[in-house]
Design a protein around this ligand. Structure first.
Ligand code: HEM
Length: 240
């Protein structure tokens, strides 16, 4: 908060001047609601922090799981690498674009499977708006409930052999109501497409440029606050 506050103070002086700053803080500072009222300073800072927290740790953890699963499943890694090496030959410069990413059919299935198994947000909260009957239980209006997303993603009724890393399961759409890695409804994750893109871009540069091995392939798992191997997925990495 204090780092952003320093920046906000600097920018306040230039709020009505065209400074060329076209970033998130700039957008939030200029944003007006239906009554033409601007966000308060605290609201701007809160939104900045939420986006950094929500947008940084989530993608980082997904990428950690990408390193883990691809090291554990060499045939998948081989296919991702082949696809990316091929695409690499067809574009100029170092930076892959959104267009090329959209052509990486297999890689995009890998991204989806990583996100399903990573379960970055194990659950979301909701308030019950009307009485609901579920499997003989009544959930009364007004209750707060936890929707346990990880349970959905690891339930064999929803995904065949759910703990196996199998990108090809994404050849078909998941059954309705079974995949909620990014939540749902009005509060669905604001960064869900960005997150998918970031993981895909990372995978591209990783598989084209590097080989890696898990230092502790049989490391134990810890589960709080997020599931991850206790060594944080330590790897030995070399340039190709
Ligand atoms: C793999 C990465 C990510 C996962 C699994 C994830 C998951 C989630 C989930 C489950 C929610 C709650 C949705 C709900 O209540 O229905 C959420 C909310 C949110 N996420 Fe993400 N997220 C990821 C990446 C990101 C990124 C990269 C950003 C932004 C840069 C972001 C920004 C947000 C914001 C702003 C919300 C709150 C939306 C609202 O309440 O209106 N997330 N995310």
């Amino acid at each position: 908060m204090s780092i952003f506050k320093v920046e906000l103070e600097k920018r306040k002086k230039n709020l009505n001047v065209e400074t060329g700053e076209k970033d998130l803080m700039d957008g939030l500072m200029r944003q007006k609601n239906e009554e033409g009222k601007q966000l308060s300073e605290v609201e701007v800072l809160d939104n900045m922090v939420s986006l950094v927290v929500g947008g940084y740790e989530s993608t980082t953890l997904s990428i950690m799981w990408a390193l883990f699963y691809l090291a554990k499943y060499p045939p998948v890694l081989k296919k991702v690498r082949e696809e990316n090496v091929l695409v690499r030959k067809n574009f100029e410069g170092d930076m892959i674009t959104n267009y090329e990413i959209s052509k990486l059919k297999y890689t995009n299935k890998v991204v989806e499977e990583i996100i399903r198994l990573a379960n970055i947000s194990a659950f979301v909260f909701r308030i019950v708006h009307k009485d609901v009957e579920h499997k003989g239980y009544k959930i009364p209006k007004g209750w707060k409930v936890i929707c346990w997303l990880r349970y959905l993603h690891e339930n064999p009724e929803n995904f065949e052999d759910p703990l196996t890393f199998n990108p090809d399961r994404w050849d078909e759409k998941p059954k309705s109501g079974t995949f909620f890695a990014f939540g749902a409804g009005k509060r669905v994750c604001a960064g869900n497409m960005l997150a998918r893109l970031q993981v895909a871009i990372f995978l591209h540069h990783l598989v084209v440029g590097y080989r890696w091995e898990l230092v502790n392939p049989n490391a134990k798992m810890s589960y709080l606050p997020n599931p991850k191997p206790v060594d944080g997925v330590e790897i030995a990495i070399t340039k190709i």
